[in-house]
Write a protein that binds this ligand. Structure first.
Ligand SMILES: [Cu+2]
Length: 160
């Protein structure tokens, strides 16, 4: 028992020492969605990814409402809220990308997957390799029972 304890400890120390120095083989980010009083959120509201490196985004819906995850080019100034959903679909970051979604009992692999919806309490893993660099908007554009976007469900996704 004692030997195993020390072996485990030694391994953990080794991983702690070597880990940060190694180049990231892939990226993993958790984004939580939910409501906080009358506000709704993505946490964190800013996510930074490295282009060309496979990423796994774990989406967790901690709320009592259904939420969705969309990523798209920042809307042109003057884009109305009414026009935003169409803008988001037309300018989706996932266009021409192979995106795989696992979780909540569903597994989908799709090109041009535009929105990922999550029922309350569910989580999903979204896997893709970012290609385009830049600053993008992430949002939930659901309007039931109020406008989630206006309640604060928007954030920034940066690809470097
Ligand atoms: Cu939402």
């Amino acid at each position: 028992m004692r030997g195993r304890f020390w072996l485990t400890t030694a391994l953990l120390v080794l991983v702690a020492m070597v880990g940060p120095a190694l180049p990231a083989a892939n990226q993993k980010v958790t984004v939580t969605m939910g409501e906080d009083g009358s506000r709704m959120f993505f946490r964190p509201a800013q996510v930074t990814l490295q282009a060309g490196v496979p990423v796994e985004i774990v989406l967790v819906n901690r709320g009592k409402l259904k939420h969705e995850f969309m990523v798209y080019a920042r809307p042109k100034p003057g884009t109305s809220r009414e026009a935003l959903h169409e803008w988001a679909e037309d300018n989706s970051y996932f266009k021409d990308l192979e995106v795989k979604v696992e979780g909540g009992g569903l597994e989908v692999g799709a090109r041009e997957l535009i929105e990922i919806e999550l029922a309350p309490g569910k989580s999903a893993e979204v896997k893709f390799t970012p290609k385009k660099n830049g600053t993008f908007e992430m949002a939930c554009l659901i309007k039931d029972p109020v406008d989630h976007y206006q309640a604060g469900m928007k954030g920034t996704l940066v690809v470097k």
